[in-house]
Design a protein around this ligand. Structure first.
Ligand SMILES: [Cu+2]
Length: 323
């Protein structure tokens, strides 16, 4: 399975931020944190405004200078794809994706959305993930791709909902314009559950969250439930869903998925905020250097590169949100 292979690829290296000043400028404090809601808890107005803003991203020319017809929508998939080895299978997985969701939230705001990042609580829906509210054709992201045509690239197009008009340009890092593709994994397990739901149940999330060491927690969250959701949405027998390859931000569900991953990390930090807010470490790749809070988080021009330390605490002035 494509995504599983990608996830196990040995990681590259994050460079240590030797040149940065030891004290970064401090803004004011976070007095009223913004509440991030579950998709189904957002108001109808928030949901529709969120969807309109996603569509708006695909009307703006790339700000990264990617050749036409690439749009801001494609900037996110391209940046994620080109950074693959630096942001997966490494301790920076969680803080990098926290930063990425934050940058995306800003981009939605530039497109008129006034709410906060939203999440999909897939554990709550793990008994029947294909029936989750997020896939609703009217109020949500539309559902499964076409599973009746031959298993070829460009045939598993999403059939309903607001995103059938999208034409993502990248597949991995290659220019390969296509429809938004999904391929929900067929029922399996005992009793059979669709979309590998048995791999991201509340019990499994609780088990992962019982890890007390950051590196273990980060690894298990990434390779366990996080990966299973990618595979569940993209890896049916027709395969080829956009949530599978490293250009996975092509499927807007990516950001609801990763906001939920971020929420699980936040809950883990909240179990013992004193020691866990800045709990970080592990080695960068096999026998690689030890991860450090001063390691760079690269953003490929979507936003300034930052450092891990800046994305550990959701109560910092520049993040300032809660769940
Ligand atoms: Cu990722």
């Amino acid at each position: 399975m494509k995504f599983a292979q990608i996830l196990t690829v040995a990681s590259g290296s994050l460079h240590t931020a030797l040149a940065l000043p030891s004290t970064l400028p401090r803004q004011q404090t976070c007095t009223s944190p913004k509440l991030r809601k579950e998709w189904s808890q957002a108001t109808a107005g928030e949901r529709s405004s969120y969807i309109q803003a996603v569509l708006c991203l695909a009307t703006k020319p790339s700000t990264l200078g990617l050749p036409s017809p690439a749009t801001v929508y494609d900037d996110f998939a391209w940046a994620h794809a080109t950074l693959n080895n630096e942001i997966h299978g490494v301790p920076a997985f969680l803080p990098w994706h926290r930063y990425f969701v934050h940058v995306y939230e800003d981009a939605l705001h530039d497109c008129g959305y006034t709410g906060n990042a939203l999440y999909w609580d897939w554990a709550a829906d793990s008994g029947a993930p294909a029936s989750a509210d997020v896939w609703d054709p009217t109020t949500g992201f539309g559902g499964n791709g076409n599973q009746t045509t031959p298993s070829q690239f460009g045939t598993v197009c999403v059939l309903d909902g607001p995103f059938t008009v999208l034409n993502p340009v990248y597949w991995n890092s290659d220019v390969r314009p296509h429809c938004l593709q999904r391929s929900f994994a067929e029922p399996s397990g005992d009793p059979p559950v669709e979309m590998f739901g048995f791999n991201y149940t509340p019990d499994i999330v609780a088990q992962v969250s019982s890890e007390t060491v950051y590196d273990q927690f980060n690894n298990q969250l990434e390779n366990g439930p996080h990966a299973a959701v990618h595979q569940g949405v993209a890896g049916g027998f027709r395969g080829l869903g956009d949530l599978g390859p490293v250009s996975s931000p092509n499927d807007p569900i990516f950001f609801l998925h990763h906001t939920n991953v971020d929420r699980i990390w936040w809950q883990w930090q909240q179990q013992d905020p004193q020691t866990r807010t800045f709990a970080y470490g592990g080695s960068i790749g096999e026998n690689g250097p030890t991860a450090d809070l001063d390691d760079i988080l690269p953003m490929q021009g979507l936003a300034p590169d930052s450092v891990v330390r800046e994305y550990m605490d959701v109560n910092s002035a520049h993040l300032c949100y809660t769940y």
